[in-house]
Design a protein around this ligand. Structure first.
Ligand code: GLU
Length: 474
């Protein structure tokens, strides 16, 4: 249920990826948590592209991130905003901070900074800026940077919505650069100005950002702006407890689309990376929205388990309406060369196929025999079951289907049993050649279900073709 506290500002979260690569599982989980938090509280979710790194930011990455967000159904209420279009605004904020004495120009050349760092390290300290230009007050100059004038004493802390109270000693935070010598703003400055301008109330992000937060809180204060609440989510590891990487399987979210995963399963799996609701494993989108909260995000690292994702995918495939699956299937069928097919046949087949299906790739594979005019015979299956010895079985089953049709499964089953008895073989000895004749394979749903899906005419045509193959096989 959306819960908006009275008098509390409208909840506004954001997802601000840097478009330097595809949307990975970790980023998608961050996006999802922000989206769920906003939706749960009836607030807004803002999408922003942090594309200030002009060398590494690429349009193709923007497109692929958007595609992944759309696939997951993480719709945004505002944006995408582009930081690259807001440089004037950052410059204005920097100038304002300089004018108020909250920031200062620094002319220290790189060699001097290097020397300061080395000296500090040699003395066992942190490689921090020594504040040389802090009180000298030089004005702007080509090649100069602007630094934030941080407090030297005291602490900066916050009550993290995931990790609890966190505090940093201000003496540990040096005067960070907010404007680079090439005139571009740094990440800290841009992110804070954006979050202020976009009235962000909750910043939910990976815990690799914890050490950035005190610096950013100081910038909010310097801009006389309200400080949002922060929630830092533990990182995602692979099964071997090391940082999630390609070694653990595909890391780009969109790769899972191509591997036949449903976004329902992906959302479900991503939500369970660090968040829980009792011991419930399967959540619909609405259930996630209803139950999501940061208080139920664990403090320890989450482990991505591809088997669990596959299991959830099987669940969602089995619980999706046939129409929903049929709509997602064409690219997977096209990849198998099945471009044109009868949609009604596909819809009729799907309920029989899903119990044995874990991905849309598999579903397309199972569906193929029902959709093609001429079934592709697996060579081994044909060699084993379409032989002269089996020809009488195929012949008599064809006669039976001719007489009974395909709708009366009970009558057909009785006929199969009689036939097996007559020929002195097991029921499987009748069913298997028929299965290969109808699907080209040795595994399929129940043989009478297959006949119903195919209908009488196609069943007879396939039995006829198989009979020819069997007779000529010798
Ligand atoms: N662009 C930053 C990133 O990709 C966003 C950091 C933040 O959420 O403040 O990590």
């Amino acid at each position: 249920m959306p819960q908006t506290q009275q008098n509390a500002p409208r909840v506004r979260t954001r997802f601000p990826p840097s478009p330097t690569g595809a949307l990975h599982l970790g980023g998608a989980r961050t996006a999802l948590f922000n989206w769920l938090f906003a939706r749960h509280h009836g607030g807004d979710f803002i999408f922003r592209l942090e594309d200030t790194d002009r060398e590494r930011s690429k349009d193709e990455h923007v497109d692929s991130i958007i595609q992944a967000m759309e696939w997951l159904g993480l719709d945004w209420d505002e944006g995408p905003h582009y930081q690259s279009r807001r440089f004037d605004r950052y410059r204005q904020a920097i100038d304002q901070m300089v004018a108020r004495g909250r920031a200062y120009w620094c002319h220290c050349p790189p060699e001097r900074l290097q020397g300061v760092r080395e000296k500090a390290l040699a003395q066992g300290g942190k490689p921090m800026y020594d504040g040389c230009c802090r009180d000298l007050g030089p004005g702007p100059a080509p090649g100069a940077v602007v630094r934030f004038r941080g407090p030297r004493e005291g602490h900066t802390g916050w009550k993290d919505l995931v990790k609890g109270p966190i505090s940093f000693d201000n003496a540990e935070l040096d005067d960070l650069v907010i404007l680079r010598s090439d005139g571009s703003p740094t990440y800290h400055l841009a992110v804070v100005v954006d979050d202020v301008d976009m009235a962000i109330t909750h910043v939910i992000r990976g815990d690799d950002h914890v050490s950035n937060t005190p610096r950013q809180i100081l910038l909010y204060q310097a801009l006389d702006s309200p400080i949002p609440q922060f929630g830092h989510v533990p990182m995602i590891l692979g099964g071997d407890k090391t940082k999630l990487s390609k070694r653990h399987g595909a890391t780009a979210v969109i790769a899972y689309k191509d591997m036949g995963y449903l976004p329902e399963a992906m959302l479900n799996a991503l939500a369970r990376l660090g968040w829980s609701h009792g011991d419930q494993e399967v959540f619909s989108r609405q259930e996630l929205i209803d139950h999501f909260g940061l208080e139920a995000v664990g403090k320890g690292a989450a482990v991505f388990d591809p088997d669990k994702l596959l299991h959830l995918n099987a669940h969602w495939i089995q619980h999706s309406p046939p129409q929903r699956l049929a709509a997602a299937l064409p690219p997977f069928l096209a990849a198998r060369g099945v471009e044109r097919f009868d949609e009604a046949t596909l819809l009729a087949a799907i309920p029989h196929l899903v119990p044995r299906t874990k991905t849309l790739l598999e579903l397309a594979e199972w569906a193929e025999p029902y959709l093609v005019d001429e079934v592709v015979m697996e060579p081994q299956a044909a060699a084993k079951f379409l032989t002269a010895a089996q020809a009488p079985v195929l012949e008599r089953v064809a006669a039976m289907v001719e007489r009974l049709g395909v709708a009366e499964s009970a009558a057909l089953e009785a006929g199969f049993k009689d036939l097996a008895g007559d020929l002195g073989i097991k029921l499987g000895g009748v069913a298997q050649p028929v299965r290969v004749a109808l699907t080209g394979r040795t595994a399929s749903p129940g043989i009478f279900e297959v006949m119903v899906i195919l209908g009488q005419a196609r069943t007879l045509a396939r039995l006829g073709r198989a009979l020819k193959m069997a007779t000529s096989a010798g």
